[in-house]
Write a protein that binds this ligand. Sequence first.
Ligand SMILES: *[C@@H]1O[C@H](CO)[C@@H](O)[C@H](O)[C@H]1NC(C)=O
Ligand SMILES: *[C@@H]1O[C@H](CO)[C@@H](O)[C@H](O)[C@H]1NC(C)=O
Length: 396
Amino acid sequence: MARRPPAAALLFAALLAAASADHGAVETGVFQVRRKFVSSGGGDIGAFRAHDGSRRGRLLAAADLPLGGLGLPTDTGLYYAEIGIGTPTKRYYVQMDTGSDILWVNCISCDRCPHKSGLGFDLTLYDPKDSSTGNTVSCDQGFCSATYGGLLPGCTTSLPCEYSVMYGDGSSTTGFFVSDLLQYDQVAGDGRTRPANSSVTFGCGSQQGGDLGSSNQALDGIIGFGQSNTSMLSQLAAAGKVKKIFSHCLDTINGGGIFAIGNVVQPKVKTTPLVPNMPHYNVNLKSIDVGGTALKLPEHIFDTGEKKGTIIDSGTTLTYLPEEVYKEIMVAVFAKHQDITFHNVQDFLCFQYVGSVDDGFPKITFHFEDDLSLNVYPHDYFFQNGYSTTKLCLGR
Ligand SMILES: *[C@@H]1O[C@H](CO)[C@@H](O)[C@H](O)[C@H]1NC(C)=O
Ligand SMILES: *[C@@H]1O[C@H](CO)[C@@H](O)[C@H](O)[C@H]1NC(C)=O
């Protein structure tokens, strides 16, 4: 459901979110997040690797997925990871998305899929016939009927199990399910990683719509970290390979970060519980302070329910707030700057400001259930417009 919805509200660079479903399986794993690097014109993956390498030690979990990307709307607005699929293993770059469920990659049967990315790397079309461990999933197989809640009408053994996903920004992918070995790095007892693999079922994307079909910021696919049984995480957990718990830490300044599967034992992290039985990762937001003063907001504004509540979604660039909350925050943030004149740049509200924004504007603190607070500083919620260091913008 996620990726990058079109309209913008107030921008926040999300820092850390931990989500857990049930415990009970065995191992842990870490995936590192790399920055999707567009602004520098191509991207220096080597630099990211070095950067991520130094971060890796700080999150000790069990499987390893390095991430790339940067959440700024002026940059790529998303995070991606490199994964290995098949025998022999080929590398694929996939966008990390906690707001959707399935993993899919562009398939050999895709006519108009990009072969090269504006991000500076070659893209790979997945071919199930080219992998000795690759298989097409037919519609009468268990995975298919579990996904669709029963046998699809007209299903015969020779028909593939099709999938289709429509994302929040209007882009889409359709294709059919295949199964193959997914390779990931498993954290061993000594904190080092070693390659491990497990068979997973994922989408072979034969048709992509919206900006998924264009090459500018193209990736090989999307990895959904949603909670449904079809997600890669649920499949690895069901196979007893990992615990069904993950954390991610996204670096909003240098880009990249880390995506860790399994319990994080180091450093000690604070947590807030997930709201049970929700399709997405909902958390309970209790209150918001601006400059140390709590906003007076209508009761029940943060209640969780159908189409309500606070969702953690790595596939959405901006933070979206209800209109009433956004207005209150704006009033409080600009209380000491009544003289500022705004102008619109696309979906953003921009203004001129000389001086240190962190000195001139208040910190915003989000308070979540169980005494977890997230501080968002002016340099996080404003972003620079282009190369001018004095022109600042935020969502509207
Ligand atoms: C998958 O793991 C098995 C057992 O560890 C190993 O023998 C095999 O080479 C691995 N396959 C790939 C493609 O990495
Ligand atoms: C998901 O998998 C679990 C464990 O295998 C199973 O108990 C549950 O019924 C499945 N849920 C759905 C919606 O199929």
